[in-house]
Design a protein around this ligand. Structure first.
Ligand code: AMP
Length: 221
C-alpha cells in the first residue's frame, strides 16, 4: 500500500496514519515529525526549517523534496507507506510523481480528510504532543492517562509552538492556498477518496478500513 493522507492541520490524518502504521506494518512518513526531529537535533535541515515551522509557514519545496526522498530511501518501507503531510504543494506533488515513476511504484490512493474549519481550531489548540515523537493527545478529546505526561515515555507533553491561535491561522491559510489545489490534482488522476473526518477516532478508522478494503479488493496489492 502506498498512500497519501491529505488534510488541513488538525484533520486527524496523523493519528490515523499512526494507527495504520501499527495495524498494517506500513511506514508513516510524517514530514512534520521529520522536521521537528531535525530541529531538535539542530541538523542542517533543522536550522533551515526552524523559522518556517515556528511561524506556521510552509518550508520551501526544494528542501522538503530532498528531505522526503532521503527519508523514503532510508526507512524500510518495502511493506508500503503513508505520506502524512507530503505533498503540500503542486510542485511537491509533481516531484513525487516523477520520482515514483522512476521506481515504477506509483501511489495507490490519496485520502482526503475533510473537516469544518471551526472544529480544527478546537482540535489544534487543545493538542499536546510528546517531545520524543510518541504521538499526540488532546486536553478534552483524548487526554493522556496521567495529566500532562506521555503515555509511552512519561515525558511532559508540550504545546506545539504552531498550535497557538495566531499560528493556526497562518497554517490554515497555507492549506487553503497551497495544499487544497492538490485535491483537484489527485481527483483528476482518479486517485482521490474523501473521508468526512469530523467523527471520533474509532469511527474514522472504521471508514478508512472500509475504503482500503474496497480499493485493494478491486485493485489487489
Ligand atoms: P505538520 O506536523 O504536518 O502540521 O507540519 C508542521 C509544519 O511543518 C508545517 O506547518 C510546515 O511548516 C512544515 N511542513 C511539514 N510538511 C511540509 C511540507 N510537505 N511542505 C512544506 N512544509 C511542511
Amino acid at each position: 500500500m502506498r498512500l497519501i493522507f491529505l488534510g488541513a492541520p488538525g484533520s486527524g490524518k496523523g493519528t490515523q496514519a499512526k494507527r495504520l502504521q501499527n495495524s498494517r506494518g506500513l511506514c508513516q512518513l510524517s514530514t512534520g515529525d521529520l522536521l521537528r526531529a531535525a530541529v531538535r537535533k539542530g541538523s542542517g535541515v533543522g536550522l533551515k526549517a526552524k523559522d518556517y515551522l515556528e511561524s506556521g509557514r510552509l518550508v520551501p519545496d526544494d528542501l522538503m523534496i530532498s528531505l522526503l526522498v532521503a527519508s523514503m530511501s532510508e526507512a524500510d518501507c518495502r511493506g508500503g507507506y503513508i505520506l502524512d503531510g507530503f505533498p503540500r504543494t503542486l510542485v511537491q506533488a509533481r516531484a513525487l510523481e516523477k520520482s515514483l515513476e522512476e521506481t515504477e511504484q506509483p501511489i495507490d490512493l490519496v485520502i482526503e480528510f475533510r473537516i469544518d474549519e471551526g472544529l480544527l481550531l478546537e482540535r489544534l489548540s487543545g493538542r499536546r504532543i510528546c517531545p520524543n515523537g510518541h504521538g499526540e493527545w488532546h486536553l478534552k478529546f483524548n487526554p493522556p492517562g496521567r495529566e500532562g505526561l506521555c503515555d509511552t515515555c512519561g515525558e511532559a507533553l508540550i504545546h506545539r509552538e504552531d498550535d497557538y491561535q495566531d499560528k493556526i491561522k497562518i497554517r490554515l491559510e497555507a492549506f487553503r492556498e497551497q495544499t487544497e489545489p492538490l485535491i483537484r490534482f489527485y481527483k483528476e488522476k482518479g486517485l482521490l477518496e474523501t473521508v468526512e473526518a469530523e467523527g471520533g477516532m474509532e469511527e474514522i478508522a472504521g471508514i478508512l478500513e472500509k475504503i482500503l478494503a474496497r480499493h485493494y479488493e478491486v485493485h489487489g496489492g
